[in-house]
Ligand binder design. Structure first.
Ligand code: UGA
Length: 445
């Protein structure tokens, strides 16, 4: 008997960030899980108990469930079709390269089309990848056309809300579970999949497919809007000599506002928020919802403007010309506790500083190998001290806890110029100033 009472046979298509986490967590709930990916190397690694990305807590859970015999990997869609009562599609939906910001759905459609010919009996296919509203109906049509079981194959949309760095916790104990369905049977089966978290009191919300698709992008758009809101407040504070952190603390106490996602600085990056708001804007434009297009355009513009702000501060601190100046950058990941450098504000800034002639040395506790693949021209330093040796300027751009433990006195003794820009507003400016540093913080005096 699994933790949830009823053990289901679950397949997971795609073993990237979302898929591998989902497969491991489904197995941990007690289900029998078979995961597939077109990338043989990924599968081989996962089957050995190794995660191909940095995610605290995931690797031990992967090993635990491999050892318990609840989780297996394959490269055969025939095996997956035969095995699963429920098939989760967890492949990527990156930003399309057409320049319009829309989502590239080719991986989702390929996954559905690879699976469908092997669906010989009544089964449930579940979309988990973030998709534009209306996509689920298109997937259903393609699956029904290609599956031997035809319309016996049901479909549900079950969006994910996991944050990198907290993926396991967010998968096993999410704030809510959303079931976009077209039948009671699909709703019941989805509730059996998630029986354990539902029994613990986590709300399960059943709705139509379109609403469920919109819930996901609306949630990410709200978070992005909240971040851009506090960042324009930072601009206003800076123009007024006010302090955006004190402002965020004060308004955040109001429960209607809330302090979470009111941290100002460099704005949002990563593989989700930026591409999701752009895809949502493209979908809104398609449907002629101009007010949503305007809102999301403004959120995106404010967000990208934060990077310019830090570059301007850097230029100003270095006398207006970056060429030949030595800049130490602390952080390359798009946020702490992650090795993900997709749309990373810190890496984008580092690259632009280098493009303007600065000699940039980057440090990050875990993201340097990924960063080096994208920007091999930057120097990657083994330690903060190595990065800061002889620096004319130090930039704090990803707020790893390690950086809060830096001794400003010790660092001061090895730089050429003790000037710090705290792009994430999380270092103790008073301590750095007391150690003789000039500290510049966007939005703070
Ligand atoms: C985000 C959402 O938080 C998840 O709920 C969602 O499931 C996920 O996208 C997804 O769609 O898959 P994630 O991209 O892991 O998760 O990262 P967040 O923790 O949301 O941070 C996003 C960016 O916003 C980071 O660059 C972070 O530094 C920035 N941020 C966050 C701020 O600048 N200020 C804040 O107050 C909070």
């Amino acid at each position: 008997m699994g933790r949830n009472g009823r053990i289901l046979r679950i397949s997971v298509i795609g073993t990237g960030y979302l898929g591998l986490t989902h497969a491991v967590c489904m197995a941990d709930l007690g289900h029998q899980v078979l995961a597939i990916d077109v990338d043989a190397e990924k599968i081989a690694k996962a089957a050995r108990g190794e995660t191909p990305f940095f995610e605290p807590g995931l690797e031990p859970l992967l090993r635990k469930n491999l050892d318990a015999g609840r989780l297996r990997f394959t490269d055969s869609f025939a095996e997956v079709g035969e095995f699963g009562d429920v098939h989760f599609i967890c492949v990527g939906t990156p930003q399309a390269k057409d320049g319009g910001g829309s989502a590239d759905l080719s991986y989702v459609f390929s996954a559905a089309e690879a699976l469908a010919p092997h669906l010989n009996r009544a089964t449930l296919v579940v979309g988990k990848s973030t998709v534009p509203v209306g996509t689920s109906r298109e997937i259903i049509a393609r699956v029904h056309a290609a599956a031997p079981a035809g319309e016996l194959v049901d479909y549900a949309f079950n969006p994910e809300f996991l944050r990198e760095g907290y993926a396991v916790q967010d998968s096993l104990t999410p704030d809510r579970i959303v079931f976009g369905v077209t039948s009671d049977a699909a709703d019941e089966l989805m509730r059996a999949v998630y029986a354990a978290p539902l029994a613990s009191g986590i709300p399960g919300l059943t709705m139509d497919l379109e609403t469920a698709e919109l819930v996901k992008v609306a949630a990410n758009s709200f978070l992005a809007t909240k971040i851009s809101f506090i960042n324009v407040m930072a601009e206003m504070c800076e123009a007024s000599g006010a302090d955006v952190i004190k402002l965020a603390d004060a308004i955040g106490i109001d429960e209607r506002i809330g302090r979470k996602f009111l941290s100002p600085g460099l704005g949002f990056g990563g593989g989700c928020l930026p591409k999701d708001i752009r895809a949502f804007r493209a979908a809104a434009a398609d449907k002629g919802v101009d007010s949503l297009v305007d809102l999301l355009t403004t959120v995106d513009t404010i967000n990208l403007g934060r990077r310019d702000r830090v570059i301007n501060l850097a230029r100003g601190a270095l006398g207006g010309d970056l060429s030949g100046k030595r800049i130490a950058v602390l952080g390359a990941a798009f946020k702490p506790n992650s090795d993900d450098i997709r749309d990373s504000p810190s890496l984008a800034i580092s690259g632009r500083l280098a493009d303007e002639g600065a000699i940039v040395a980057v440090h990050d506790p875990v993201a340097m190998p990924n960063a080096a693949r994208v920007r091999p021209d930057l120097r990657y330093a083994d330690s903060v001290h190595d990065a800061a040796q002889g620096a004319d300027l130090v930039l704090h751009l990803t707020e790893w806890a390690d950086y809060r433990a830096i001794d400003p006195d010790a660092l001061r003794s090895i730089v050429t110029n003790p000037v710090l820009i705290d792009g994430r507003c999380t270092l103790d400016a008073a301590v750095w100033r007391a150690a003789g540093w000039t500290v510049l913080i966007p939005g703070r005096p």
